[in-house]
Design a protein around this ligand. Structure first.
Ligand code: GLU
Length: 502
């Protein structure tokens, strides 16, 4: 495989934003290409103009950029196999459809939508499904049932037609999939799929096969929802006499309950994003505060595993660890809790400086000026609280007291910590602190602890209420560390203010 020039493609239709399942398909293609020194192609499958959505192509490109998986060839990045938008390749498909008609693998069909509708409804009423294929095609209106003259007359009169693939009768097809192994299909169940429409546009099946061939795609890695098309694609390669690529169908991504395919509705209900980037009113993973490293990491584990206990993988590590052999057949359950865990893990891996920069933009949104957000100070704060955070947005709740004095105290904590003698005790602690010249963590700690010992007080009488007045809550890292960072004056003020209001 290494000697072959590996070429894979991600071939989305620009019908809306990418679902994370689509991002996973792109990722697996990217891993495979990069692992084998191959080429990752982006092809936009926009033959269905009715479903075309403005902005979707840009969205797809931005999503790949954000995930850090740039394509090597695609719209705007010529690589000798373009154009990469099917709408710009429109003129080349007709010849291929004609070629199939000439060699007897396809035929013109003139059935009107009304006739087909009639048959569909008629079958439905009898509890059956209407399939257009070998068992009824001679009773329908097409170039197999009509004489050559009749067909020519219709074509000359520009009667609307489609071109259908002539599915073979009584054949057992043996298909191969890199993930699922051998799949056997009885050709009698296949319908004669439309390859070309009278509006001059190919359908997905024809355009997809022709382009994969012309773009010299060696491996088709795509979602399981395309598995039902595999038999037709296999037959099309055969009909053209072209070498087939290797096919690999990735397992479905399942709902958090494990039953059924994950949908946008599940995401809305469960309060988690389904798109990598925001789209209209739906918040994306990026906007929800996820790091691209975390998204890439959790998506990689939806349907693949490295076969070891290791769960945290950077993009380049995934690339070298990836193999199609380790892609699972069975559906991968989506676990929103686990996605948050991945983000928490990736957050811990970020440097304090990088996180401080992100936090500073939160602080300026809250109206703090740049002097209040002294870089060194913010970086130290971040280093103290990040352990408890899964997202940068968690920082404010964990660290607000480093930036503003408490204005209220939770009732429950006050009830528990604020006893009759507390104002008196804390007043004395305030005096003690005010007298310190050295306001370093270790010095404050020693002074306060010695004083507690001398007064024969318990720690519980002093430390918890002290935390309550300094922090405004019972949370936060080591209190003496907090005090040093806040500085003497601020600590003394907070104590005095609390004594007044509580
Ligand atoms: N255009 C198809 C899609 O939207 C491509 C399927 C394939 O990869 O063959 O997913």
């Amino acid at each position: 495989m290494m000697s072959e020039n590996i070429r894979v493609r991600f071939a989305p239709s620009p019908t809306g934003p990418l679902h994370i399942g689509g991002v996973r398909t792109a990722l697996f293609n990217y891993f495979f290409a990069k692992k084998h020194g191959g080429t990752f192609v982006l092809r936009i499958e926009d033959t269905d103009q009715n479903r075309y959505v403005e902005g979707a192509e840009d969205y797809i490109k931005n999503a790949l950029d954000w995930c850090n998986i740039p394509f090597d060839e695609g719209p705007g990045k010529e690589g000798g196999f373009g154009p990469y938008r099917q709408s710009e390749r429109k003129d080349l498909y007709q010849n291929f459809a004609d070629q199939l008609i000439k060699n007897g693998h396809a035929y013109y069909a003139f059935d009107t939508p009304e006739t087909l509708d009639f048959h569909r409804k008629d079958h439905e009423a009898k509890g059956k499904t209407f399939i257009y294929n070998w068992h009824n095609r001679l009773k329908l209106s097409n170039s197999l049932s009509l004489t050559a003259e009749e067909v020519q007359k219709k074509l000359d009169a520009e009667a609307p037609y489609v071109i259908r693939f002539k599915s073979p009768q009584d054949r057992e097809l043996v298909l191969n999939d890199a993930v699922r192994g051998e799949i056997r299909i009885d050709s009698n169940i296949l319908d004669d799929k439309i390859l070309f429409k009278s509006d001059g546009m190919p359908t997905y099946h024809l355009a997809n096969i022709v382009d994969d061939h012309l773009m010299q795609i060696t491996h088709v890695i795509r979602g399981e929802e395309w598995l039902p098309s595999l038999a037709l694609h296999h037959l099309l390669y055969e009909a053209f006499g072209w070498q087939k690529p290797v096919f690999a169908h990735l397992p479905l991504i399942l709902k958090p309950t494990g039953k059924g395919k994950l949908s946008k509705r599940d995401a809305d209900k469960g309060g988690f994003p389904i798109f990598p980037l925001s789209w209209e009113t739906s918040k994306g993973y990026r906007e929800a505060g996820y790091f691209p490293e975390a998204v890439v990491n959790f998506l990689a584990f939806l349907g693949w595993n490295p076969g070891t206990e290791q769960e945290l993988f950077a993009l380049d590590e995934l690339t070298s660890a990836f193999s199609l052999e380790r892609v699972n057949k069975s559906g991968a359950r989506f676990d929103p809790e686990k996605t948050r865990w991945y983000n928490q893990q990736w957050l811990q891996r970020k440097s304090d400086a990088e996180l401080a920069e992100l936090f500073e933009s939160v602080l300026s949104d809250k109206g703090f000026s740049s002097t209040e957000q002294d870089v060194g100070y913010v970086t130290t704060v971040v280093s103290l609280i990040k352990e408890r955070a899964s997202f940068v947005q968690d920082f404010w709740d964990l660290a607000d007291f480093f930036f503003e004095a408490p204005t209220s105290y939770p009732e429950k904590a006050v009830k528990k910590q604020w006893k009759e003698d507390t104002p008196n005790i804390l007043g004395k602690v305030g005096e003690l602190l005010a007298g310190l010249d050295d306001f370093s963590t270790s010095h404050i700690e020693k002074t306060v602890k010695d004083w507690i010992g001398n007064q024969e007080l318990s720690f519980g009488k002093v430390m918890p209420p002290l935390r309550l007045v300094i922090v405004g809550d019972m949370k936060g890292p080591d209190l003496f560390v907090i005090m040093e960072l806040l500085g003497k004056e601020e600590c003394v003020n907070r104590i005095h203010w609390a004594i007044q209001v509580l």
